[in-house]
Design a protein around this ligand. Structure first.
Ligand SMILES: N[C@@H](CCC(=O)N[C@@H](CS)C(=O)NCC(=O)O)C(=O)O
Length: 200
């Protein structure tokens, strides 16, 4: 019997976007529920961290976007997003993209705190890490022109678009390869249909 899969997601989460895209690409039917995570007391029963994305497979919670993507990939009949010969390259690049998302998110959370409580040093640190990471990807990520879709491509695209959405796209001036790659990757329907809701 088919399992009932619910994806608890947010309107703008880059981690959530990764999982939604994985479900679309891997053609997994699930119910997506967009929630306000701060008010989602019910989620604590499944995920004490109260974070999105959280996946529920019948009664089994799957926590963290990476585990959710691995799960969705594992039950799909489509080609894997984690081919064995490149597995650790793909997961490491995905972790870098996750860190980029986290940095942009933490900076954003700091900037919406009351002015007198904000730490300029903290904000600066996140901005430096963000720019350093994107430049590193420009120089070290060799996936341009690859016709086989892998998890790191999805994660990197989500992290760069989240940077543009919450910070700015100034990195594009110094990272021409990454910019060109993203412009092309954005043409995929799974990218177009998952743009952060607040940015529309
Ligand atoms: N490592 C987690 C990070 C998830 C995460 O940080 N989600 C944010 C939204 S983008 C969240 O739920 N924040 C709620 C909170 O911290 O209260 C993953 O990959 O799923």
């Amino acid at each position: 019997m088919n399992k009932k899969i619910i994806l608890y997601n947010g309107p703008n989460s880059p981690f959530g976007r990764k999982t939604k895209i994985t479900s679309l690409v891997q053609e997994i039917i699930l119910e997506e529920k967009i929630i306000k995570v701060q008010e989602a007391n019910f989620l604590d029963e499944y995920n004490p961290l109260r974070k999105i994305p959280t996946l529920l497979v019948d009664d089994l919670p799957i926590i963290d976007s990476d585990n959710i993507c691995i799960y969705l990939d594992s039950i799909s009949k489509k080609k894997t997003l984690f081919p064995k010969n490149e597995y650790f390259k793909i997961t490491s690049m995905t972790s870098i993209a996750n860190g980029l998302m986290q940095s942009v998110l933490e900076r954003r959370m700091e900037t919406i705190r009351p002015h007198n409580e904000q730490s300029k040093d903290f904000i600066k640190k996140q901005e430096i890490r963000t720019i350093r990471t994107i430049k590193w990807l420009e120089n070290n990520w060799n996936n341009y022109g690859d016709n086989y879709l892998t998890m790191d491509q999805i994660a990197i695209a989500c992290s760069l678009e989240y940077t543009n959405f919450r910070l700015n796209n100034r990195w594009e001036e110094e990272c021409p390869h990454l910019k060109k790659w993203l412009i092309n990757f954005r043409k995929n329907n799974f990218m177009k249909s998952t743009v952060p809701l607040e940015s529309i």
